[in-house]
Design a binder for this molecule. Structure first.
Ligand SMILES: Cc1cc2nc3c(=O)[nH]c(=O)nc-3n(C[C@H](O)[C@H](O)[C@H](O)COP(=O)(O)O)c2cc1C
Length: 318
């Protein structure tokens, strides 16, 4: 996720026991091959490079193929192509979900990229312009025929952005129609929901925003699976928040600190009763030190908010 799934978040999740694989934020293929000043940060796969999947975004097939060839030299779990981003700035460029409007062009892209990397090649996409299972299946079969190894589906249309609930029945329907694995993504709100989806008709589950709000969710899901308990060792929200700030300053360039901290706390503060108020205060800060002071003062004033136990029960988003 843009400005969210970078090394600092991975470190935080690893501190809680980790998850199977981490997708990076989308990396501009053009900027990567152009050698932009921050590209080293985008391709820092730490602390667990072999479980990192690099996601490329772009509109130019030759640039994407060249970027895939460059990433092929990295120690990583795979390379993913973004055909799902519905942000207007991305779609206008002809990137993200725009690929889904043109199956021939998308298939030609895979044909160009596939020979440039021996890494596992995947595609993350949405339903497309409409919620049309026949179109989706035909589109994905073209990708499969060109050598894509698996697909992650966020089952919303381009126009829906984050509206409506994710249509998980499309994940199962797509999986039944392809030979390659299909992972599902969307609207999981707690560990119980993650386990329920994982036990359903899909080959894998991708978590987005919840991994930021509750970086312990994977550990909790494992504990629930093994020990049939949803009890977690005490999670201290203040410590987690401050640790994230520390990881951010250690692993990201100063130019990225503010925007990335705001993005992170935009999700993480949903754990707090007065979360919107804290987000507003954090939004006014101009540096990480000020953010640290705001957070410490908040927990000083609301010590009962330090424990995350109240934050880890819920409907599971199903
Ligand atoms: C701030 C933000 C940035 C995102 N950036 C990306 C991205 O770079 N690549 C991508 O494939 N999806 C991106 N997404 C979409 C998520 O991967 C995911 O599909 C979506 O949030 C639904 O899953 P969730 O309900 O678990 O969050 C982003 C989502 C958010 C909220």
């Amino acid at each position: 996720m843009a400005e969210l799934s970078h090394r600092a978040l991975r470190e935080l999740i690893e501190n809680f026991g980790g998850c199977d694989e981490y997708f990076t934020e989308m990396i501009s293929a053009g900027a990567l091959i152009g050698g932009g000043p921050f590209e080293a940060y985008y391709i820092d796969g730490g602390p667990c490079p072999s479980r990192v999947v690099y996601q490329l975004v772009g509109a130019d097939p030759r640039q994407i193929a060249a970027a895939a060839a460059l990433l092929d030299r990295q120690d990583c779990a795979g390379i993913d192509l973004n055909m799902g981003c519905a942000a207007p700035a991305i779609v206008r460029l002809g990137a993200g979900v725009r690929w889904m409007a043109d199956p021939d062009k998308a298939a030609a892209l895979i044909a160009l990229v596939r020979p440039r990397t021996r890494k596992r090649l995947s595609v993350k996409l949405r339903l497309g312009m409409e919620a049309d299972i026949d179109y989706l299946v035909k589109f994905c079969r073209r990708l499969e025929d060109e050598g894509v190894d698996f697909i992650t589906l966020h089952p919303r249309t381009a126009r829906e952005k984050f509206r409506r609930t994710a249509r998980w029945d499309f994940v199962g329907a797509l999986r039944q129609s392809l030979h390659i694995p299909v992972a599902g993504n969307g609207d999981i709100t707690d560990a119980a929901g993650l386990l329920r989806r994982a036990a359903g008709d899909c080959d894998g589950v991708m978590i987005g925003r919840l991994a930021v709000r509750a970086p312990w969710v994977f550990a909790q899901a494992r504990a629930m699976e093994k020990e049939r308990t949803s009890e977690l060792p005490e999670i201290n929200l203040e410590e987690t928040a401050l640790r994230f700030l520390e990881l951010l300053s250690r692993h990201q360039p100063p130019e990225f600190h503010l925007s990335r901290a705001r993005r992170f706390f935009g999700c993480f503060c949903d754990n707090l009763i007065w979360g919107n108020y804290v987000k507003t205060l954090l939004g006014r800060e101009t540096g990480l030190a000020g953010m640290e002071r705001i957070l410490s003062a908040y927990f000083e004033e609301h010590p009962e908010e330090r424990s995350a136990s109240k934050a880890i029960t819920g409907s599971g988003g199903i």
